[in-house]
Design a protein around this ligand. Structure first.
Ligand SMILES: [Zn+2]
Length: 201
């Protein structure tokens, strides 16, 4: 009988009380190796061990652990790639019998009216819109990654089937004011925050 290597087992040792540190960066759990054909593998722990804050007078662990969320932009990826390059990309229905001839922003992968796969159109800069309505946000919810207070504005863009939400980078919002699309091309966040609006002076 062939000898097999014993799988190395990791033991979870309680650490000494750790000094206060900023939250650790989460790292993806290692993927377990597939067992050799005809052989079943031992169950492996694939998570990240809990950080032990103290063991006395009782054990305290850090919970929740930080999770990495892998989020795909899927068919809408060209929109986000465009923002980094300083262009606004919308989608339009290519079906000639579809009633909706205007473009959609934020883009839709499929036409909400006839379900055709949409095609991409690139808007020519400068993209000038008009504030349809706005909210002065003084207390945003958790997770807002811009400073506040700020003006969340709903922008009407000529030729668009939609009124698009965004934020005003400076100044005071007023209904009917003209705004110009601008892009965070330096140090982009790779989120919708890479598109913002500035007043047209
Ligand atoms: Zn359509």
């Amino acid at each position: 009988m062939k000898k097999t290597k014993k799988p190395v087992r990791k033991t979870l040792k309680a650490r000494k009380p750790a000094p206060k540190k900023p939250a650790r960066k989460a790292r993806p759990a290692p993927r377990p190796k597939a067992p050799a054909p005809g052989r079943s593998a031992d169950i492996q722990f694939t998570g990240v061990p809990m950080r032990v804050e103290r063991t006395s007078p009782a054990t305290v662990i850090e919970w929740p652990r930080t999770l990495v969320h892998h989020h795909t932009y899927g068919l809408l990826s060209p929109f986000f790639e465009g923002l980094k390059k300083g262009v606004l990309r919308a989608t339009r229905c290519p079906n000639p019998t579809c009633e909706e001839k205007r473009f959609w922003l934020p883009p839709r992968a499929d036409c909400p009216d006839c379900l055709s796969r949409m095609e991409w159109v690139e808007l020519k800069n400068p993209v000038i819109g008009e504030v349809f309505t706005f909210t002065h946000v003084e207390y945003p919810g958790h997770g807002i990654e811009i400073s506040y207070p700020y003006y969340q504005i709903d922008v009407r863009i000529p030729g668009a089937a939609t009124v698009m939400k965004g934020y005003l980078i400076r100044g005071e919002a007023k209904i009917g004011m003209k705004v110009r699309a601008a892009y965070r091309t330096k140090k982009p966040t790779n989120t919708i925050l890479d598109l913002y609006w500035e007043p047209v002076e």
